[in-house]
Design a protein. Structure first.
Length: 69
């Protein structure tokens, strides 16, 4: 998880090369209400996953997860 100067958040991970993952976020882990943010496809050669959360500046705190649909 990498916070950017403009308040956006870049999140990354490692996955299966070429697989598309769904990205979810929540602001409360006590009563999580996971909101679907979009998709991120793991790089074909490395399996690296990158997603840019453009809406992150609107939340004081956010938790993220990747899921296989």
């Amino acid at each position: 998880i990498n916070p950017l100067p403009n308040g956006q958040i870049s999140i990354g991970g490692a996955g299966v090369p070429g697989i598309t993952y769904q990205v979810y976020a929540t602001f409360d882990l006590k009563t999580p209400n996971w909101l679907y943010l979009g998709n991120a496809t793991a790089a074909a050669q490395t399996g690296l996953i990158q997603y840019l959360d453009l809406d992150a500046p609107n939340f004081p705190m956010r938790f993220y997860r990747f899921a296989i649909p």
